[in-house]
Ligand binder design. Structure first.
Ligand SMILES: Nc1ncnc2c1ncn2[C@@H]1O[C@H](COP(=O)(O)OP(=O)(O)O)[C@@H](O)[C@H]1O
Ligand SMILES: O=C(O)C1=C[C@@H](OP(=O)(O)O)[C@@H](O)[C@H](O)C1
Ligand SMILES: [Mg+2]
Length: 169
């Protein structure tokens, strides 16, 4: 079983914080995007370009199903909780789900120089903010703990998660 699952919008720090947290408590880190890249031999951008978002979402659902029972920390993608089947899995799991939250301006600052997120490229800044508003309710509903990351370093976010998880036990 996973120790914790990280959810949140693109740029909230799921991948960065997940790796750091796993490293700190010496368990494996699994990232759904990485599982998909490994399985297909393609980048996320290539999958969106060649096969479209719907195919990516099927691969993402498979990756989630196959990862939940593994040991470690799981970093999801920003769209993972939005798919209804994934939403149900995340609501029902007994693994603590942690929402890394961010303000729109933080997202923009963190993703400014990033080219690996096809949706960010396609939607532009205003579209990204709109997408976050559409998703926020789902993020809140699947998560047990919410951490506002805007004014924290990744190390401080890890520290907060460790405090919250020890409270949960
Ligand atoms: N707490 C943080 N403070 C500042 N920068 C951060 C923080 N968390 C992540 N970042 C940076 O933001 C970018 C996106 O982080 P990433 O971990 O890939 O987010 P996600 O997986 O949620 O999309 C990266 O450049 C990362 O270094
Ligand atoms: O928000 C989304 O729909 C997506 C987020 C990405 O993951 P990160 O949240 O780790 O950037 C990746 O799964 C894909 O580009 C789609
Ligand atoms: Mg990520």
């Amino acid at each position: 079983m996973m120790r914790a699952i990280l959810v949140g919008f693109m740029g909230s720090g799921k991948t960065t914080v997940g790796r750091l947290l796993a490293n700190q408590i010496q368990v494996p880190y699994h990232d759904l995007d990485d599982v998909i890249v490994h399985r297909t031999g393609k980048s996320i951008q290539q999958i969106f370009d060649d096969e479209g978002e719907a195919t990516f979402r099927m691969l993402e659902h498979d990756a989630l199903m196959n990862s939940l029972g593994d040991e470690g920390i799981l970093g999801t993608g920003g769209g993972t909780p939005i798919q209804p089947a994934n939403f149900e899995l995340l609501v029902q799991t007994t693994v603590p789900v942690i929402l890394l939250d961010v303000l729109p301006e933080t997202i923009l600052a963190r993703l400014r120089n990033d080219s690996g997120r096809p949706l960010a490229k396609k939607l532009g800044l205003a579209g990204l903010i709109d997408l976050k508003h559409q998703r926020d309710d789902r993020y809140n509903r699947v998560s047990d703990i919410r951490i506002a990351t805007d004014h924290l370093t990744p190390e401080q976010v890890v520290e907060k998660i460790m405090q919250e998880l020890s409270v949960l036990k």
